[in-house]
Design a protein around this ligand. Structure first.
Ligand code: ZN
Length: 134
């Protein structure tokens, strides 16, 4: 369990994303018209303009798209250094979170990364990344 801050979305469309994480399933919005996935949650598809969407499960494994090693925390509960990573999923969606247990690892673009859910506080789960086992 961690005392990381818990997201407090101000737009209800983000609640659906976080609720899915509480179920231990990574879901992204998918346009029901053109079938394109998107993240962050939005009310309109940037590809076709449709306002119709569904929440669809996403792959549990993606590839390391970019990262940075953060040496200055912006919240006292984050232990530094930590790796803030962008992971790209096969569905074409990219998501940012922490890449756990990779300090000192010789990271390379395209490395396989798995999503897992880290307990935060009493009853919240945060999606985080971990390098896939070889
Ligand atoms: Zn669309």
């Amino acid at each position: 369990m961690s005392d990381w801050p818990i997201p407090k979305p101000i737009d209800p469309i983000n609640d659906e994303f976080w609720q899915s994480c509480q179920d231990g399933i990574l879901r992204f919005q998918r346009c029901t018209s053109c079938k394109k996935f998107r993240h962050l949650p939005r009310y309109m598809c940037a590809s076709c303009g449709s306002t119709d969407y569904e929440w669809a499960p996403c792959s549990k494994t993606g590839s390391l798209y970019s990262w940075t090693v953060t040496h200055q925390n912006f919240h006292p509960s984050f232990e530094v250094p930590f790796i803030a990573a962008i992971v790209e999923f096969p569905e074409g969606v990219r998501m940012v979170s922490q890449l756990l247990d990779a300090n000192g690892v010789d990271l390379q673009l395209g490395l396989s990364v798995d999503v897992e859910f880290k307990a935060v506080g009493e009853d919240f789960q945060m999606p985080v990344f971990r390098l896939s086992a070889e």
